[in-house]
Structures are given as C-alpha cells and as structure tokens.
Design a protein around this ligand. Structure first.
Ligand SMILES: Cc1ncc(COP(=O)(O)O)c(C=O)c1O
Length: 430
C-alpha cells in the first residue's frame, strides 16, 4: 500500500478505528496524491516561468480558449476553462457546507466534514460505493428504489442489494426495516436511505424518523459498524406538515461512534440544474475530528481523481454566482411553489371516488414523483402501453406500480393524466 494511504489510514484509526473497518479494500488503499505532479505544480505556482501545468495559456497568462466562447459566457476565463480541484472549487464547497447547516438547523455545531464535489449525485453514490462497499457486501434499501442503484452498487462494486418493504398501513414499515436490518449477519452494515424517495415520493413523518434512528442505534450499540448512505437528491421538496423537513443526516451525524453518515446531495434536483453534473459528499460521525474528516476527504478526492479527475469548472462557477445572488432564495421558493401546487392538484385529482375501483396511490408527500398501485389484477405494463397508444400519455412502470412524475407535467394537465389512467383501466378491465 502507498505510504500516503498508510498515513491517512493511521490518522483515521487514531480518531476512530471503526471507520477504518468500514472502508472497503479500495477505500483503504486510496489517497489523494500529495507528491508527484500535483505537488511539483503547486510549488511552481507564481514563479516567473511555470512549465508544469497540463493546460494551455496565452502569452498574457490567460487561459487559452476559442473566442466563440466569449459571446456565450460572461465570466472571467479563470472561472470557465481551467481544471477545478479534485476536491471541488473551495468557495463553492464552503458555501455548500454553510448551506447544509442553514437548511438543517438541528445540526447546530456538530462537526461535519467539508463537502467533496462529485459529478452529480450518481457519481457521489458511486464514490460512496468505492470507499465503503466491497465484493459481496450487503446494502439495505427500501423496496421502492431508484433503479440505477443496481448499476452503481451491484455492477460497479459487487454489492448484494437487500430490500425492506417501505410501506405498511399507510406509513413507514418499521417492522420490516427492523427485521431486515437485524438479519444482516456481517460485522459491517451498509444502509441507503433516500427521502424524499424516488419513486414513491415519500418522506417519513417526524415520529417515524425517530424510530428509524432508534433501530439503527440498537444495531450500532450491539457493536455493528454501520455506514448510512443518505441520498438527499430531492432535499427540501416536502409538501405536508408533520413530515421531517431536514435531512436524516442530522439525526445520524452524532448518533454513535459506530455509525458513519454519508450525505449525498447537490443542486441537480433542488436547484433544477440536471445537466450541470455537480453534487457533494459530506461525512459525519460522533466524535469525528478535523483530522478524521481530512483523511476521508483526501481519500474521496483521490477516488474522484482516479475516476473522472474533477468536476466541471464552468458548472461550479455558475452555481457559485447564482447562490451568491440576492434573489436566489426568492427564485428557488417560486419554483418550489410551482411543484407544491402540482402536488396539491394531483392529490385532489386522485381523490375522485370512482378511481378507487381501479387504483390507489401509495403514500406520498414530497419530491418529484408519486406511485399508484393497480387493482383488479390489471397489469401495469399493459396499462402503460395502452396509455401511450390510445391516450398519448407516458408513465413509468416499476414492477406493478405506475410512477407519475408530477414535476414534469403542467398543473392544468394533471387531472387529465389521472383521468387517462382511469380510462385505460376501464378499457383493459374486460
Ligand atoms: C434518488 C435519486 N438519487 C440520485 C439521482 C441522480 O442525481 P444526479 O443527476 O445528480 O446524478 C436521481 C436521479 O434521478 C435520483 O432519483
């Protein structure tokens, strides 16, 4: 193992040896190179002749670039063309960290790591897999989950996906969560929690969050090393009172020296910049110190460097500018209001009595989506095809539930969407 990795591992072990046990083999081996090209380039910074960097500069020291770009982007060239650091742009990381505390006030003064920038949440999840999941490790998810988790965790890292039933009696299925959690026999347990959930649009209510935390605490108290990956892609899009509006990260960050919380978040869905490809990964564990977090940050940045090198300079610069704009909060609220209105309109549309004969909604209260479950033995895939052919309506089928992305449908068309599903059910109920 490289001596730089050995040093990071020793720093982790000094603060909390459990974290070292949680790392995968890849996670233990990785490091962000402080020697070699990067170190030599850093030492040459500001010298009168600098022949170290693998970028091109004009004679006046500006980034070399094609003039056509000047008409398109109104920012200094240094914020557009150069590579960004593998850790992410420092000013954006600082701003994002501050925003995690602001949006999750229960964190108070809990020490968390600095966020490491990732290429959207997908890449953040993959980096979490890189660091913590090895061949044959089990990852526990709800049975309603984003299908890309299979590619990320199973295909990339050889994990075994185990699921618990998300719902019972119109709410979170604590019994099955507890049963599945306690059935994992290995010393290390990896759990993935995604609220607001894709596809169901469910976020647990406050009392359920407390119970989920207490279940995790119980296994940690028995000595299990628990890694909780928190997919906060739809953070902030909660539409009902009584639902937990902060990230479950706040409850895990200081829970136990046996529980490492990984918060995966980013502007993709929250700030409506799907194609920008910026996300973040942030760590917290009870008793975590700057030294421990620096070691994890270094390892994560090393994993980023070894996979995609770094995240778009331009995207990070644009986000930093928008986050610093005085109108940002107001503009964001206006978009939230649009989604919340769609949520309300869809909920009302679904409440028509006659629909109950053919389908009923799964619990939903947040996010971009909701799901309906069909009755009378109707096959979701047949309904989907019929909707496309006869009613010019597209929906997603997952297993035998239909997912509706109300985020993508104008408010005025939402009642028609539900009515079309109803008509398709009547057509096929023969
Ligand atoms: C639950 C969940 N996590 C992560 C992502 C991916 O986010 P990103 O586009 O930032 O990679 C999605 C996208 O659909 C998602 O639904």
């Amino acid at each position: 193992m490289d001596t730089q990795a050995l040093l990071l591992n020793a720093n982790i072990e000094k603060v909390n040896a459990n974290v070292l046990q949680m790392l995968s083999k890849r996670g233990r081996d990785i490091f962000f190179p402080k020697l070699g090209i990067l170190a030599q380039a850093a030492q040459a910074k500001g010298k009168s002749i600098n022949a170290t960097i693998g970028e091109a500069f004009e004679d006046d020291g500006m980034s070399m670039h094609l003039p056509e770009f000047d008409l398109l982007v109104n920012m200094p060239t240094a914020n557009i063309f150069p590579y960004a650091p593998s850790f992410g742009k420092p000013e954006l990381r600082a701003l994002w960290k501050e925003s995690i505390y602001r949006k999750n006030s229960s964190l108070k003064d809990t020490i968390i790591s600095n966020p490491i920038a990732t290429n959207g949440l997908t890449h953040g999840l993959s980096m979490a897999g890189y660091m913590f999941i090895g061949e044959g490790d089990t990852i526990l998810l709800s049975n309603h989950y984003w299908e890309n988790y299979n590619l990320i965790f199973e295909n990339n890292y050889g994990a075994k996906v185990e699921t618990f039933e998300l719902f019972a009696n119109g709410g979170f299925n604590m019994v099955d969560f507890s049963k599945k959690l306690n059935s994992i026999m290995t010393e290390k347990i990896v759990i993935l929690l995604n609220f607001p959930n894709n596809p169901s649009g469910y976020t647990p209510v406050k009392s359920e969050i407390k119970e989920i935390i207490s279940e995790i605490k119980m296994v940690a108290d028995k000595g299990k090393k628990v890694v909780v990956i928190i997919d906060d892609a739809y953070f902030g899009l909660v539409y009902e009172d009584n639902v937990f509006t902060e990230s479950i990260f706040v409850e895990l960050a200081n829970l136990s020296e046996n529980v490492l919380a990984l918060k995966l978040d980013g502007p993709t869905k929250e700030d409506y910049v799907w194609g920008f490809r910026v996300g973040f990964i942030t760590y917290a564990i009870k008793g975590g110190t700057v030294e421990l977090y620096e070691a994890l940050e270094n390892k994560t940045a090393g994993a980023v460097r070894g996979t995609i090198s770094n995240i778009s300079q331009l995207s990070q610069s644009l986000l930093y500018k928008v986050y610093s704009a005085p109108t940002y909060e107001q503009s964001k609220k206006a978009k939230y209001d649009v989604l919340k209105t769609r949520y309300t309109v869809l909920r009302n549309a679904l409440s028509k009595q006659e629909y109950a004969e053919y389908f009923s909604p799964l619990p939903f209260n947040s996010g971009y989506f909701m799901c309906i479950e069909l009755k009378k033995g109707l096959a979701a895939e047949d309904i989907r095809k019929h909707l496309l052919e006869k009613y010019s309506t597209g929906v997603i089928v997952l297993g035998n539930v239909i997912r509706l992305a109300f985020s993508a449908v104008p408010q005025i068309k939402l009642p028609e969407l539900v009515e079309n599903i109803y008509k398709a059910c009547i057509d096929l109920d023969k």
